[in-house]
Design a protein around this ligand. Structure first.
Ligand code: HEM
Length: 355
């Protein structure tokens, strides 16, 4: 019953998002009381309050998947457990600092790899989709994102192993209430890719961590950001074709990650809202405030200690995607715009696959 109320509260925001708006919410903060031993769930619907919480050490990262992993076969979820034990996203304090330090040079390697991608390579990919049967912005976004992540994975793994699109786009562990079968499938996809890599070369600990990070938390927000950019270029190339209309620019204000979670470690008050020790807090990263500049208030990369460390990499990827859209010579008029799939409770925005 309580899970249904939490799902309903999440979906009433996430499920009604469009690509660049959040639904209007009257309450800045909403509470769902726990039943028995279960903690209270709190939904923070103002980004100003969310920022304060993300910057406050009283609110800790939490391993939100633990209860669901307890229902799964450990062998069939090994990579998810490994990821949660090693990725800074799930860690606090010293462990968080150590793993962030480990990841940083590997992420910088990926940024350098992106610097070496000729924009013409991306232009050719966009033109290939534009010339295909029934092109859509979803197909363009997947093609471009798969290519750029493929380059990063090959760089970090030190192998030429190619990655299946099912692995790249079919691994989403950031669901508030995942089914065991879904977690097993995510593990199997990661395992299939890593087994192919390890047959050629054993990645070091930092390399392994980044390979998992690219697959488990890099592709999902990036492909959404690229899809959003493709939609804007489609409008520019077709509707907004008035001479001199400014070209779309790299812009992350969409917030492809709809929410993040924290646990409150001691009773406290934030902007007059009382939080209790043990509260599980869902923080939305965008809001409809009625202000025309509301997008400037969104927190696409989070805030505080856990601010996204992949930000420079995703910015470089988006720059390449824009170069591809700008340089494409194909016909945009046949392209179908893909909108956000309604009703999903994943932390990541998903676009409709119309192709
Ligand atoms: C448009 C693309 C991206 C968006 C919008 C995005 C968004 C976010 C957000 C909101 C967080 C904060 C999570 C929290 O507070 O719990 C985060 C954390 C993180 N992201 Fe990203 N992300 C993107 C791409 C990437 C990429 C490409 C990578 C690396 C491959 C990456 C790696 C990470 C890591 C490691 C963290 C955890 C940082 C920490 O806890 O210190 N992200 N991301």
């Amino acid at each position: 019953m309580r899970i249904l109320r939490i799902l309903h509260a999440l979906q009433s925001v996430v499920g009604h998002r469009t690509e660049d708006t959040f639904p209007e919410r009257a309450q800045p903060v909403e509470f769902v009381e726990g039943e028995g031993d279960s903690p209270r769930a709190v939904f923070v619907q103002r980004t100003g309050i969310a920022r304060k919480i993300l910057e406050d050490p009283i609110f800790e990262q939490m391993r939100f998947l633990d209860d669901y992993l307890a229902l799964c076969d450990p062998q069939q979820t090994g990579w998810i457990r490994y990821f949660m034990d090693h990725n800074p996203e799930f860690l606090n304090g010293e462990a968080h600092r150590n793993q962030s330090r480990l990841l940083r040079p590997e992420l910088a390697r990926c940024v350098r790899r992106m610097d070496a991608v000729p924009p013409g390579e991306v232009v050719a990919l966009v033109d290939e989709v534009l010339a295909s049967e029934g092109p859509s912005t979803f197909a363009i976004a997947r093609k471009v994102t798969a290519h750029l992540f493929g380059c990063c994975l090959q760089e970090v793994s030190g192998t030429g192993v190619t990655v299946d699109e099912e692995v790249l786009f079919g691994v989403d562990i950031f669901l508030p209430f995942p089914r065991p079968a879904h977690l097993h499938r995510c593990h199997e996809r990661v395992e299939a890719y890593l087994a192919a890599v390890r047959r050629i070369r054993e990645p070091g600990p930092a390399e392994l961590l980044l390979l998992l990070t690219l697959l488990m938390m890099g592709t999902a927000p990036t492909v959404a950001a690229v899809n959003w950019a493709a939609n804007r270029w489609l409008r520019h190339a077709t509707l907004g074709a008035s001479p001199g209309a400014p070209e779309p620019e790299v812009d992350f204000s969409l917030a492809p990650t709809s929410f993040v979670m924290r646990r409150c470690t001691q009773d406290t008050v934030v902007e007059s809202h009382p939080f209790r020790r043990g509260d599980v807090v869902y923080l939305f990263l965008g809001e409809a405030s009625g202000c025309p500049l509301h997008r400037l208030n969104s927190l696409p990369f989070g805030a505080g200690r856990h601010t996204c460390s992949g930000q420079p990499l995703s910015r470089r990827m988006l720059e390449l995607a824009h170069a591809g859209f700008r340089g494409a010579r194909g016909d945009w008029s046949r392209v179908q715009a893909s909108g956000v799939v309604p009703g999903r409770s994943s932390a990541f925005v998903k676009f409709e696959g119309t192709a």
